[in-house]
Design a protein around this ligand. Structure first.
Ligand SMILES: Nc1ncnc2c1ncn2[C@@H]1O[C@H](COP(=O)(O)OP(=O)(O)OP(=O)(O)O)[C@@H](O)[C@H]1O
Ligand SMILES: [Mg+2]
Length: 437
């Protein structure tokens, strides 16, 4: 039997696995619902069981909807701290916390690979590092690969962005952690290949000079290729941490945050919501940290001081019902709609949150303009590194979900007047190229 070669694209938003059997490349339907594109999400239930992809999303939403009222209890933290009582110099620290939360949901974990803090996340009593959480996703993927092929991968070609989120300074830390996660998930041999280079192989770039434009959820990844008689040379690569999650975040700021009181001022002193609260909206890590008694008490205090009732109730629902992911997903869907229509209606009704708000492509484009300027700068960088002028590029291969954004395509058309734009499989080109690389 010929040896199978596996290519793993662990994306910020979506993951895919392809296998090369010596003659052809095949994508594996690793997500039981969506097929060959698996959302890179993890859901860990209170009992420690873990799910990934669409089943994880479904379980999280079902559990969250079915849960009863938030139940809080004092929970000991297992550390002692100074007490104000002279008779008792130290006390065991405790918090008043939500003990009925059914599970913890994680998304966009790849974004945090370069984070300087080696902070651990408490998952129902177990301290989990980022590597462990990513390894749980990768293990789930490899288990599925084993079900589909009969082989559990022990070596694979794994994609990596040209630059991880955080840039070159975090390179060493981010790469080491990704490799660590892959090893924890059972890989003994890990070979990294830059994602746009893999996409170039899969997309069969044309003879002459081409640019691969891989615009995903966490990063933009670029490479310039020269193909001569079937040989593909990579002339240069560049990357920047500007992509879909940032755009969705900007839309959350516009469509959701004002309904949760983010822009309100009240009272003679023109009070506003604390910044750490408003900036937590749409950030699952920060939002779950707000679900503690002292913070909710603080919201009550604000209301007593005249803060707007409706908005505070909506904010409270968002925190208590852990609506962060649902809001993110709803806004993300509206963002995607704006790639094909000019006006979309964003509706969100859960708990005390009632939002019906129109979103326009025009306003979206204004909001993302500063980020697109960084995309433009990355294009300049890749051309410089490759020693190529824009006018020499004859084809641009677009891949990654965000490459569908009309403003990004307009930017490409303007800068590369002699190039044709061609779409490669948005979510699977990288994996397919990795299997063959
Ligand atoms: N039609 C569309 N218009 C705009 N954005 C889109 C569209 N379709 C998908 N997206 C966005 O594309 C992103 C996901 O793309 P993709 O799956 O290529 O990323 P990824 O490979 O997981 O991330 P990365 O490669 O950066 O690690 C999401 O932010 C999603 O909202
Ligand atoms: Mg990608």
């Amino acid at each position: 039997m010929t040896e199978l070669r596996f290519g793993l694209d662990f994306g910020t938003s979506n993951s895919a696995v392809a296998v090369f059997d010596g003659s052809g490349v095949r994508l594996l339907p690793i997500d039981p619902i969506a097929g060959d594109t698996l959302p890179s999400v993890l859901y860990v239930r209170r009992d420690g069981s873990a799910q990934i992809g669409h089943p994880a999303i479904q379980s999280f939403l079902a559990d969250n909807r079915a849960r009863g009222p938030v139940r809080r209890e004092f929970k000991m933290l297992g550390i002692r701290m100074a007490s104000s009582d002279p008779e008792q110099p130290t006390v065991e620290a405790h918090i008043f916390t939500d003990v009925s939360s059914p599970g913890r949901f994680f998304q966009s974990l790849k974004t945090f690979l370069g984070d300087p803090l080696l902070s651990h996340t408490n998952v129902f009593g177990d301290e989990r590092g980022l590597e462990d959480l990513i390894a749980m996703i990768l293990s789930g993927i490899f288990q599925r690969v084993e079900e589909l092929t009969g082989i559990r991968p022990t070596s694979a070609t794994v994609g990596r962005p040209v630059e991880f989120v955080g840039g070159r300074e975090v390179e060493e830390r981010a790469r080491t952690r990704l490799e660590q996660a892959a090893r924890l998930a059972g890989l003994r041999n890990v070979r990294f290949v830059e994602e746009p280079i893999a996409a170039a192989f899969a997309a069969d770039v044309p003879a002459g000079l081409a640019l691969v434009f891989d615009f995903g959820g966490g990063t933009l990844d670029l490479c310039v290729t020269r193909r001569y008689k079937g040989e593909i040379d990579v002339l240069g690569t560049a990357g920047v941490d500007v992509a879909g999650d940032r755009f969705t975040q900007l839309l959350i700021d516009r469509l959701v945050a004002p309904h949760l009181g983010a822009e309100k001022q009240w009272g003679e002193k023109r009070l506003i919501l604390p910044r750490f609260i408003t900036s937590a909206i749409g950030d699952w890590r920060a939002l779950s940290a707000l679900n503690e008694k002292p913070i909710l008490d603080a919201l009550d205090d604000l209301q007593a001081l005249g803060a707007p009732k409706r908005e505070l109730a909506a904010l409270r629902s968002t925190i208590e019902l852990q609506l962060g992911y649902e809001m993110f997903a709803a806004v993300d869907a509206t963002k995607i709609e704006l790639s094909s229509i000019q006006l979309a209606l964003f509706s969100f009704h859960r708990g005390a949150v009632d939002i019906d708000q129109q979103a326009s492509r025009r306003a979206f484009e204004v909001a993302i303009a500063p980020l697109l300027a960084r995309v433009d700068a990355a294009l300049t960088t890749v051309l410089e590194r490759s020693g190529v002028r824009a006018g020499e590029i004859i084809e641009i291969v677009c891949t990654g979900g965000s490459s569908a954004i009309p403003a990004a395509r307009t930017l490409l058309r303007k800068r590369f007047e002699n190039a044709e734009l061609r779409d490669a499989a948005a979510h699977t080109a990288v994996a397919a190229g990795l299997a063959r690389a």
